[in-house]
Write a protein that binds this ligand. Structure first.
Ligand code: GLN
Length: 483
C-alpha cells in the first residue's frame, strides 16, 4: 500500500492500482495481523469491498475522483457511524448500534473515503494503554509485548501496521498524541472547537477533540481540511476566520525560517528517558539548520496540569456517563430488577469496567455539595492559570516543542494495576487540552529501537504554523529515506 494520501490518489488516477486491490491488501493484512494486534473491534469487509468496486467502476469510465476518494480509514469505536456498533470498548454499549453519523463521518463520507472498520480503545477513552478495553488490549505493532498507548491505541496500531492509511481518533488528555508517539505515527489534536464533536461519545466535553492519525503530516493536513469547521450540532464548534484556514501548499513547502520555538524547561525534567531526550535534541538541531530560532520559555503551572485534569475530567465524566442508565442505551438489567434504582445500579455495575467506575466516583465526589468549591472550583481556577501560561508564552514564540511522552512504549501489564502511574502518562499532553490549544506528535528521526515522538503546540487555531513546522521534519525524513 502506498503510504500517503497523495500517492494512493495518484496511483488510482494512473491506474497503477485499483481500490479493490488496496482494500483486499488491507483486509489480508488485518486477517494476518489483527488476531495478535487486536486493533479492530469490527472490520467492514463487505462494505469496504463494495465501495471499492464502485470506485473502480468510476475510475474505469475515466471519471475524475477527489483526493480522499478510496482512502482507507479506520475509526475509533467512540465515534458513531450509522448502522454500525459504537461500543466505546465498553460492555455497557456492547450491543449498541449507532442511529446516525458523527459530523466528521458525514464529512468524510461525502469525500468518498472507504471506512475499514472501528478500532479498539480504553473503555470510554479512559486510559493510556488500550488495556482498559472490555474487548482485550491492543498490542503495539513494533513489539507486540508492549502497549500502543491510549486511549486511541487501536487507531494508532491500525495505521502503524498498515491496516488503514488514516485513523480518526479522539484526544481528551493525550489520547491521539501519546499513542502516535508510541507507535511511530503522526497524531494531531486540533484546537478545541476546530472539529465538531457531534457523534463522539463524550468523555469530558470541555476537553474532547477529534483528530487524525496518519503516516505523515501532509495526510493529517488533508484530513483536518475536510473535518474542521462550524457545525450547528456542536455549539462549541468554531467558525474559522480566513487567516485560520489551512494553506496546504505552504505546509508542503514547510518554510520554517525565522519561526521562533519555545523550549519549556518544565517539560525537560529528570525522568525523561535519555534516548527520548537525545531524539528531541536531534530534532531541535535539524530545525536550527532550517533557520528556526529556539528560546527557553516558562510554563510555571505545568506541575499542576495532571492533578487539575484528574479533577475536571472525572467531574465531566460523571455527568456524561449518567446517561448510561440501563434505560436509554445499551446493556439493561431491567428484566432482573425490582425497581428503577435497581435497574440503574445493576446495569451500571455490570456494564462499566473499573476505570469508568473509579472516575464516576471521583467525579461525583468533586462535584458534591461541600466539596465542589474546594475541588472543582479550585481546579477551574488552576486551569485558567495554565491557559494563561500559554497565552504569555505565545506572545514570545510561534510554537512550543516538547517530548510527547517521557519514554517509549511500556510492556503490557506494567502499569495496568497502578492508576497513578498510568495517569502520569499524560504528563506532557494534558496541558494542551486544558488550554484548548492544538498539539501534534510527530515521529523523531531516530530509527533505533522503539518509536519516539516529539510534540509541537501552537496558539489557538494556529494549525497552519503547527503543521508547517511538523512537516519540515517529515520532509527531512523523506529526503533521508530516498537517498
Ligand atoms: N490518558 C488520559 C486519560 O486516561 C487521556 C485519555 C484521552 O485523551 N481520552 O484520561
Amino acid at each position: 500500500m502506498a503510504i500517503s494520501i497523495e500517492e494512493l490518489h495518484k496511483s488510482y488516477k494512473d491506474s497503477k492500482t485499483t481500490a479493490t486491490e488496496t482494500v483486499k491488501e488491507i483486509i489480508a493484512t488485518i486477517d494476518a495481523e489483527d488476531k495478535t494486534i487486536n486493533a479492530y473491534t469490527e472490520v467492514f469487509t463487505d462494505e469496504a469491498l463494495k465501495q471499492a468496486e464502485l470506485l473502480d467502476a468510476k475510475l474505469a469510465k475515466g471519471e475524475s475522483i477527489g483526493l480522499l476518494e478510496g482512502i482507507p480509514i479506520s475509526v475509533k469505536d467512540a465515534i458513531l457511524i450509522e448502522g454500525h456498533k459504537a461500543t466505546a470498548s465498553s460492555r455497557i454499549l456492547e450491543d449498541y448500534t449507532a442511529t446516525y453519523d458523527a459530523t466528521v463521518i458525514q464529512k468524510l463520507k461525502k469525500e468518498g473515503v472507504i471506512f475499514m472498520g472501528k478500532t479498539n480503545l480504553d473503555e470510554f477513552a479512559m486510559g493510556a494503554s488500550t488495556e482498559n478495553s472490555a474487548f482485550g488490549p491492543t498490542r503495539n505493532p513494533t513489539d507486540t509485548n508492549r502497549v500502543p498507548g491510549g486511549s486511541s491505541g487501536g487507531s494508532a496500531a491500525s495505521v502503524a501496521a498498515n491496516m488503514a492509511m488514516i485513523s480518526i481518533g479522539s484526544d481528551t488528555g493525550g489520547s491521539i498524541r501519546q499513542p502516535a508517539s508510541l507507535t511511530g505515527t503522526v497524531g494531531l489534536k486540533p484546537t478545541y472547537g476546530r472539529v465538531s464533536r457531534f457523534g463522539l461519545i463524550a468523555m469530558a466535553s470541555s476537553l474532547d477533540q477529534i483528530g487524525p492519525f496518519a503516516h505523515n503530516v501532509m495526510d493529517t493536513a488533508h484530513i483536518l481540511n475536510i473535518i474542521e469547521g462550524k457545525d450547528s450540532m456542536d455549539a462549541t464548534s468554531a467558525e474559522l476566520a480566513a487567516n485560520q484556514l489551512l494553506d496546504i501548499e505552504s505546509i508542503r513547502k514547510a518554510d520554517v525560517k525565522g519561526l521562533k520555538v519555545g523550549i519549556p524547561k518544565e517539560y525537560f525534567i529528570d525522568g525523561i528517558d535519555t534516548e527520548v531526550k537525545s531524539a528531541i535534541d536531534e530534532i531541535i538541531e535539524e530545525y536550527k539548520k532550517l533557520g528556526v530560532e529556539f528560546v527557553e520559555v516558562n510554563l510555571p503551572h505545568t506541575q499542576y496540569a495532571v492533578p487539575t485534569y484528574y479533577i475536571i475530567m472525572p467531574a465531566e465524566v460523571s455527568t456524561n456517563l449518567a446517561r448510561f442508565d440501563g434505560i436509554r442505551y445499551g446493556l439493561s438489567e431491567l428484566e432482573q430488577s425490582q425497581d428503577l434504582q435497581e435497574v440503574y445500579k445493576a446495569s451500571r455495575a455490570k456494564g462499566f469496567g473499573n476505570e469508568p467506575l473509579r472516575r464516576i466516583m471521583l467525579g461525583t465526589y468533586v462535584l458534591s455539595s461541600g466539596y465542589y468549591e474546594s475541588y472543582y472550583g479550585k481546579a477551574k481556577q488552576v486551569q485558567a492559570m495554565i491557559r494563561q501560561d500559554f497565552t504569555n508564552v505565545f506572545k514570545q514564540v510561534d510554537a512550543i516543542i516538547t517530548p510527547t511522552s517521557p519514554h517509549t512504549a511500556f510492556a503490557i501489564g506494567e502499569k495496568v494495576n497502578n492508576p497513578v502511574s498510568m495517569y502520569l502518562e499524560d504528563i506532557f499532553t494534558v496541558a494542551t487540552n486544558l488550554a484548548g490549544i492544538p498539539g501534534i506528535s510527530v515521529p523523531t528521526l531516530s530509527n533505533a529501537g522503539l518509536p519516539i515522538g516529539f510534540q509541537l503546540m501552537t496558539n489557538h487555531f494556529q494549525e497552519q504554523t503547527l503543521l508547517t513546522l511538523a512537516n519540515a521534519i517529515d520532509n527531512i525524513r523523506y529526503a533521508r529515506n530516498n537517498n
